[in-house]
Write a protein that binds this ligand. Structure first.
Ligand code: HEM
Length: 379
């Protein structure tokens, strides 16, 4: 099974071939924690993550090597399981730099990257406070759900007394491919998702649209990125009553192959000038998801999407509580995620079938070198 190193120029879990499973967690730093204690937490997380991603327990003593009189260092449920492609990606949220009332808790306010904005309110947002925001985040991706959950559980435990879980999300069935070698899987609308994604092999597009550069306004973020998380509930039951034709019009691609409605096969570029065969306007509707999200409609802006499907059981009306946990990495959300989401929120035909209920943004610092820790360039 795959294993990815924790250390490197960039954090893994971004251009890494998207794994099948996700456990994402947002944390709040406890009141009274000092700047040094925050640094120690990031050091402890990095050390533990470097072991977990190698398929090891969080410490050499681990789940069973310690004293019989003390709780074990590691909770043990990943014993016997391989690394299963685990990546642990650590981020810092806007409230770590400046709280809503302007408090500079850790002397970091002047270090806040201009790109680490508070996301604006988007038309149609129905955000739940308890599923939004956070001082810190950890994205754990793996091909084995138990490995991802074990990572979040043990990293939360290491944070005890310093940071506590604010919200977390499990995901399955990657809705994006991030390398050319991967096949495109489907989201819960049944459509291929990730076809026109930025892929790891497109190094020019990755440099242009994913990695922050030294001159972007925060030198310490060079080689890092910005992560936007949106929990998007799908009104599955309404969608399932929509005709195949309507579903395809909403997306702008056909359901069988994922080909653009302007013709061709999955990876043919959409042509927004081709007319529909029935003569009633363009083949790809201007209010379709693909037309609105396409770089042509957004001054060339792209996103590296890395989301997952979720089903959190059902609601009290017997409807599946399901949707897409949308994750994307971009170099500057002010030029990329925000204008794209504004275009979608304004007129996306898909809006009738989705509801944004969670939202967060995090700066993802560059990777650390062997023995270092994620966040070391910030302090
Ligand atoms: C493309 C589904 C939310 C940005 C697509 C495609 C599908 C899809 C099926 C076409 C295949 C592909 O190229 O991947 C969905 C669903 C969503 C959702 C079901 C919500 C439940 C979003 C959001 C954004 C976004 C919130 C960003 C704000 C994009 C972009 C493309 C895309 C940039 C590629 C457009 C292109 O270049 O052709 N999405 N999407 N999507 N989506 Fe979404």
């Amino acid at each position: 099974s795959a294993s990815y190193p924790f250390f490197g120029r960039h954090q893994s879990g971004i251009v890494t071939a998207a794994q099948d499973r996700l456990h994402f967690a947002a944390f709040d730093v406890a009141d009274g924690v000092s700047r040094n204690e925050l640094i120690e937490l990031l050091q402890d997380w990095s050390y533990a993550a470097s072991r977990l991603t190698a398929g090891l327990d969080v410490s050499p003593t681990g789940a069973t090597g310690g004293s019989l009189a003390a709780p074990p260092d590691d909770t043990g449920e990943a014993r016997g399981l391989p690394a299963a492609g685990l990546t642990v990606t650590i981020g810092v949220g806007p409230t770590l730099f400046t709280t809503a009332d302007g408090t500079d808790r850790f002397g970091l306010a002047s270090r806040r990257p201009p790109a680490l904005i508070e996301l604006p309110h988007f038309s149609g947002d129905q955000l739940i406070e308890a599923a939004s925001g956070g001082d810190l985040c950890i994205q754990a991706c793996s091909d084995d759900p138990q490995v991802a959950v074990h990572a979040i559980r043990n990293l939360s435990r290491i944070a005890f007394g310093r940071a506590s879980l604010r919200w977390s999300q499990l995901g399955f069935g990657r809705t994006s491919s991030t390398t050319r070698g991967q096949t495109t899987l489907r989201n819960l609308f049944g459509f291929k998702d990730g076809t026109a994604n930025v892929k790891a092999e497109d190094t020019a597009a990755v440099d242009e649209g994913v990695w922050a550069a030294a001159g972007d306004g925060a030198g310490w973020m060079a080689g890092g990125s910005y992560l936007v998380a949106r929990k998007i509930r799908m009104t599955i039951e309404t969608w399932d009553h929509a005709s195949l034709g309507e579903q395809q019009t909403v997306i702008g691609r056909d359901k069988a192959e994922g080909a653009p409605l302007s013709g061709g096969t999955e990876f043919t570029e959409p042509d927004f000038t081709v007319a529909a065969t029935d003569g009633g306007g363009p083949a790809i509707a201007p209010d379709s998801h693909v037309a609105l999200a396409h770089p042509r409609n957004n001054d060339g802006a792209t996103l590296l999407r890395r989301g997952y499907n979720f089903v959190d059981g059902n609601d009290e009306l017997g409807r599946l509580n399901a949707g897409l946990f949308f994750l994307c990495f971009n170099r500057d959300a002010r030029r990329q995620f925000v204008p794209i989401q504004q275009a979608l929120a304004r007129s996306d035909r898909m809006s009738e079938y989705v509801k944004h209920v969670g939202s967060a943004i995090f700066a993802i610092p560059p990777g650390a070198s062997e023995g270092g820790w994620v966040g070391e360039t910030l302090f």
